[in-house]
Every structure is written in C-alpha cells, then in structure tokens.
Design a protein around this ligand. Sequence first.
Ligand code: GRF
Length: 185
Amino acid sequence: MKKIIIFASGAGSNAQAIIDFFRGSKEVTIALILSNKKEAGVLNIAQAEEIDSMLIDKKIIENDNFLKILNDYQTDLIVLAGYLWKIPDYLIRAYKNRIINIHPSLLPKYGGKGMYGSHVHKAVIENNEKESGITIHYVNEEYDQGEILLQEKVEVTLVDTAESLAKKIHTLEHALFAQVIEKII
Ligand code: GRF
C-alpha cells in the first residue's frame, strides 16, 4: 500500500477530491492530513473521514525531527493541496521528487511568494488574461519552480470575476490532481 500525506492550510476541497478518488483503493491510502491552521476546514474533513491529522507550527516543521513522523507513517508521497508555508530545505532534500504541489495558474505566470488563492485570480483578471489554468509540479527549493507534471488551461471570458475563475479552476483541480498522483505514485 502506498501512503500519501496531505499538507493543507485551507478548506480542503482538493484534499476531499483526493480522498474520494482513492476511497476503497487497495494500492493507495491517505495516511495523514497535516495543517498549519487550527481553523482549516481540511481538519474537519480529516475527522469526518477518520484519517489521522496533525496541527503543526513552524517549530515542528522546521526541525528535522519531523522526518521521524513521516518515517513512522512510511510516507511515499507528500501532496501539497493548498498549503501555504514554504517547505524547509531539509524536507525537500529528504523527499526529493516525492513532494508535489498544485498551483492555480499556468506557471511560471502568477507564481512565487504571495501568489496564492484569490491573489492569483485577481491578478489574472486585472491583467485581462484570456486564459488561466492549473499547474501540478514537483516541489524544489524555489517557490513554484519545480518540474511541471501537468498543466491544463481554462478560458477567461469578459464576464469572469476572480470568484468565477476560482470556481472553474477548482473544478479542474478536483478532476485532475488525484489522477496525476495515481500516475506518479
Ligand atoms: C487551490 O486552488 C490550490 O490550487 C491552491 O489553494 C487552493 C486550495 O483550495 N494552492 P482547497 O483548500 O483545496 O479548497
């Protein structure tokens, strides 16, 4: 059984889609959901789905003792699904090519520090882009710059707002993230 750990800071709709995709799988399981935010919806999802969860702070994640927890869970892949803190270098080194992220734009456009969630969609709308999309990529030492696994585009129309664009992007994310995970794991 391959084991995934999901890191998330927000509502967790991507985490939910991943859980649903692998429900009943004999090959892949979600072993742990980890969040840096006490009030993150993703922790409620973990509870409802009876998946182990963990609330972390900077002290925990930035100390390489944290690797012991990942080892205890026999982690094969770390999936960042709306996780907002930078992954410390020791963790990137220890899990080289075993950490992936989803970003709600066509990287390298609208990536980097501070470019997350609605900030991305607002910037896309303000710049009158005709298209946006999602990028699923490996995580390396630089924000949003690891090798790209998949990109998929959506059209941005004249009537789109940051909110309507966010919806379109979420639909794409929910349809594709787990498929990519299945492929690489
Ligand atoms: C997603 O749009 C993802 O691309 C971004 O953060 C959002 C997380 O949404 N990195 P959710 O918490 O999975 O609903």
